[in-house]
Ligand binder design. Structure first.
Ligand SMILES: [Zn+2]
Length: 167
């Protein structure tokens, strides 16, 4: 491989300030994929609308930082650390996943690196989640945590459709 005078991957990695790849970064990446899989493809550091309870429409509103910036600096509307921004309207909140799964996401996506769940733990947890703590939505067949009063996927769809109808 030859990119701008760099002839091997070690030199390429050493020439940047990018984080080193470790088992913990793999665990983070796995948690991102699981979160997206269960949350409509939404990244755990992406944001939706501005929080108009904080911003005034006349304010000079700063744009949301890039997804990469948010992930690197731990700023996400899902845990309230990206102040002024809300989660996408059709996204599930962390608590919609129930106690165990939301705690797993908090630890793996927003906590300290050494507390992230590994692949084996995720496999067992997902098995448990799907077989024992979820119920099937009678309307659309979504699987959602039994602690919720209504299907959060259907609720998100209704919110999104209502917004689109207002456009
Ligand atoms: Zn549903």
């Amino acid at each position: 491989m030859e990119i701008a005078g760099i002839s091997d991957f070690e030199s390429l990695a050493a020439s940047t300030n990018a984080p080193v790849f470790t088992p913990q970064t793999d665990d983070f990446g796995l948690a991102v994929h699981i979160f997206k899989m269960l949350n409509r493809g939404i990244h755990p550091y992406s944001s939706g609308e501005l929080d108009l309870g904080i911003f005034d429409l006349d304010d000079d509103i700063p744009p949301a930082p890039s997804l990469n910036n948010c992930a690197c600096n731990g700023r996400s509307p899902f845990v309230g650390t990206l102040v002024g921004h809300l989660i996408p309207v059709y996204a599930l909140e962390l608590d919609d996943f129930g106690h165990l799964m939301s705690e797993a996401f908090r630890r793996s996506l927003y906590g300290r690196a050494e507390e992230r769940l590994d692949a084996r733990t995720w496999a067992r947890l997902l098995d448990l989640y799907l077989s024992e703590t979820t119920v099937e939505c009678p309307r659309r067949g979504h699987l959602y945590d039994a602690s919720q009063d209504e299907c959060p996927y259907c609720r998100g769809e209704r919110t999104l459709l209502a917004l689109l109808a207002d456009c």
